[in-house]
Design a protein around this ligand. Structure first.
Ligand code: 13P
Length: 288
């Protein structure tokens, strides 16, 4: 099946009360494992490529070509969207779409709201004219690189009024409001601003994207889905599973040097981990 846009997937997910997983491509083996997991679970899937990973992964058109070739190679039948995660400029979003990405996130958290909205509008016009979808971020999802306390983090949560303006003025397909989830491991108990999530979803009517989906317990995942979260991003949990397996293998097999010997079990473990997430998000069996 050819790559598809993300908006149809999310529309169905909102109606069906489940979330589609965005699993980030952190290496070639991740791409293989995630595609295989989606097929095994008969689940729609979003392959996310964070802009920050471009230098490592080898450029937008390289990734798009690899993904398309692998889909062909595996005879993938489930819907797959290829999504630029945390695109920082109109230019990188434009390049992603021109390279064959079917979806982009424009993340203008470091700009003023007016600039962010203007930039998002340009991305939406460009993307929609080419059949691609757009997710916009508001507020700031903090992460392992941020040394800040809880009150400072709260000050970076998305504001309902700003979400309303973004939704009304830009025609985006999905909204990622920062509401307490974090990128990377959680330092303490995750605290999500569910009331605001509910309010934002109800007023904007948009499918919501939950960044920082790793390390969240089942009750938080299920509550977020009930409140309109149709997309959950996972990167860290997959990195942990993959790296633990590499470590375990090399500890027990100190002489091994062929990467296939330690990457194959890691890839298999990753596939199992992604399948478990798909079941948790309720997207298993939803590929139609
Ligand atoms: P995690 O670090 O929680 O996996 O979040 C990934 C993410 O939100 C990518 O945008």
């Amino acid at each position: 099946m050819a790559l598809v846009s993300m908006n149809q997937m999310l529309f169905k997910a909102v109606r069906g009360l489940y979330a589609v997983g965005q699993f980030n491509l952190n290496s070639f083996e991740f791409t293989q494992a995630i595609l295989q997991a989606a097929e095994a679970e008969k689940a729609p899937v979003i392959l996310g490529l964070n802009e920050a990973y471009l230098p490592y992964m080898g450029g937008l058109s390289t990734i798009a070509a690899i993904v398309k070739e692998l889909i062909e190679h595996y005879g993938t039948t489930v819907p797959v969207a290829l999504h630029l995660d945390h695109g920082s400029t109109f230019e990188v979003c434009r390049k992603a779409i021109d390279s064959g990405f079917t979806s982009v996130m424009i993340d203008g958290f470091h700009h003023s709201l007016d600039y962010n909205i203007e930039q998002t509008k340009r991305v939406v016009e460009y993307a929609h004219a080419r059949g691609a979808s757009v997710e916009a971020g508001l507020g700031r999802t903090v992460g392992r690189e941020d040394d800040i306390n809880v009150d400072e983090a709260k000050a970076m949560y998305a504001l309902t009024e700003e979400c309303i303006r973004m939704a009304r003025e830009t025609n985006i397909d999905a909204l990622a409001p920062a509401l307490g989830s974090v990128h990377g491991p959680y330092g303490g108990e995750p605290r999500i601003a569910f009331e605001r999530m509910n309010e934002i979803r109800k007023i904007t009517g948009l499918p919501l994207a939950l960044h920082g989906g790793s390390g969240l317990p089942d009750d938080i995942i299920q509550k977020a889905i009930i409140l309109g979260t149709a997309k959950i991003n996972v990167s860290t949990d997959n990195q942990l599973v993959f790296t633990a397996k590499v470590r375990e293998h090399l500890k027990a097999n100190k002489e091994d040097y062929d990467p296939r010997r330690y990457l194959s079990p890691a890839r298999d473990a990753l596939q199992q981990g992604v399948q478990a997430k798909m079941r948790q998000f309720g997207s298993s069996g939803k590929a139609k």
